[in-house]
Design a protein around this ligand. Structure first.
Ligand SMILES: [Zn+2]
Length: 181
């Protein structure tokens, strides 16, 4: 599937941001504020997002959605990105902005990106095959929700960006095209 404009350009921009390395990933929440340090105690991030949180934040910069401090009802410093206090899915306004059909949109990933420890998520060809006989380079595609990809499967933002591009942009080519200007 390839979304029509203006959704295509919005999702492409979102995918490019996800793959840019500028965003720090977290599981289970759209956005969590607070310092994060590496093993040498260097500060590496003050704000972290799940993939849908990045989508919300970019939409917010275009004037879509609201930021609401959720500290009153969530001790994990999660920041809700809508007035209802939702901290994990897209709001209706943000869904509509991108042209997605679900608050937790689907993306298309490669079977090989699902680890050996999660055989229930493998493609039909791989399911039921013993671990050591599975084709670890299986290129079959499977559809998973964005939060499953981010939280349960533990995919990196670059892999999630490809997953959104396969599902919503008709393939990963646009995402990996060399800029002409
Ligand atoms: Zn497979």
């Amino acid at each position: 599937m390839r979304l029509p404009e203006p959704y295509y350009s919005r999702v492409l921009r979102f995918c490019k941001e996800l793959a840019s390395g500028r965003w720090h990933q977290i599981d289970g929440k759209l956005r969590v504020d607070g310092p994060v340090y590496d093993k040498l105690t260097h500060l590496i991030a003050n704000v972290r997002f799940c993939c849908l949180g990045v989508a919300c934040e970019l939409a917010l910069r275009e004037g879509v959605g609201h930021r609401v401090d959720a500290k009153y009802w969530d001790t994990a410093d999660a920041v809700a990105l809508d007035p209802a206090g939702n901290t994990s899915d897209l709001t209706g306004a943000v869904m509509a902005f991108y042209g997605f059909d679900d608050a937790n949109p689907e993306l298309t990933i490669l079977c090989s990106q699902v680890s050996d420890s999660q055989p229930g998520n493998w493609c039909e060809d791989c399911r039921g095959v013993p671990d050591d006989e599975r084709n670890v380079e299986c290129t079959n595609t499977i559809n998973v929700s964005a939060t499953d990809a981010n939280d349960d499967l533990g995919l990196a933002f670059t892999q999630i960006a490809d997953g959104f591009a396969r599902r919503w942009l008709g393939g990963v080519e646009a995402l990996h095209a060399t800029p002409t200007s």
